[in-house]
Design a protein around this ligand. Structure first.
Ligand code: PEP
Length: 255
């Protein structure tokens, strides 16, 4: 069985470098007793260099670092942006792309997300490609249509070889940060739907090998259900990853 992958999305938290170091170190300590889980911490860009140092000083193979976004160019006149090449260079292995907060607050389109995924792959980063419907889209029973178009457009012209380095995170927007997680049965149906879409674009074997994550109000009480019942290959955790105690509990629940 594949090792579950748990990604911590710290978003724009914590508010100081000192707090970020403290959180990272207590997670690093806490995972001593966690077996068979791959963990990726995605802090704000600014904290990455310092946390990479910490990671190298006490290398734990199950712990990696990722970014929460990247731009699609390697370098140049793009004020305020960070390139995938820079992230790889500094020691990141993963990058979250297409998070619903970026789609909503920064008007990221499927086309922009597709360019970012291609650029991340070129820099040898593993994209964690987020998809998911809003509450209104779910009420209008448009979930399948939305997932299909997000996946088809986001993966436009990405080869069979490249898709093997991508992780897809199903994150229903209505479940993010709301304390209302998706029912594991529904999450399982979405995982099957994502695999069906991938099989139509690529092949059945590629869709079976594709790692899928669930994200949206995950905590230590519901975490195991998404792995055992919904048959997701891992989790994308936001709010609960800001408490080392709760985050370690999540990891223990699924390890
Ligand atoms: C997220 O931001 O990706 C997320 C899943 O957040 P939360 O766990 O807080 O719902």
């Amino acid at each position: 069985m594949r090792k579950p992958l748990v990604v911590a999305n710290w978003k724009m938290n914590p508010s100081t470098l000192a707090k970020a170091k403290k959180l990272f170190n207590s997670i690093k300590e806490g995972i001593r007793k966690v077996r068979n889980v791959e963990i990726v911490i995605c802090p704000p860009f600014l904290y990455l260099p310092q946390l990479v140092e910490f990671l190298y000083r006490c290398r734990k193979s199950q712990l990696n670092l990722g970014a929460q976004d990247c731009f699609w160019k390697e370098k140049g006149a793009f004020t305020g942006e960070i390139s995938p090449l820079m992230l790889k260079n500094i020691g990141c292995q993963y990058v979250i792309i297409g998070h619903s907060e970026r789609r909503r607050h920064f008007n990221e389109t499927d086309e922009m997300i597709n360019k970012k995924i291609k650029a991340a792959l070129k820099a040898k980063l593993k994209p964690i490609f987020c998809v998911g419907e809003t509450g209104e889209e779910r009420e209008r029973e448009e979930t399948s249509k939305i997932l299909k178009s997000q996946i088809e457009n986001g993966l436009n012209k990405i080869s069979k070889k490249e898709i093997k380095n991508i992780v897809i995170a199903y994150e229903p927007v209505w479940a993010i940060g709301t304390g209302k997680p998706c029912d594991p049965d529904e999450a399982m149906r979405m995982s099957l739907l994502i695999r069906k879409i991938i099989a139509q674009i690529y092949s059945r074997s590629i869709s079976e090998a594709l790692p899928t994550l669930y994200g949206g109000s995950v905590d230590s009480k519901n975490a195991a259900k998404y792995i055992k019942e919904a048959r997701m290959n891992g989790l994308l955790v936001g709010g609960a990853s800001l408490s080392s105690k709760e985050f370690i509990k999540i990891l223990k629940a699924i390890s």
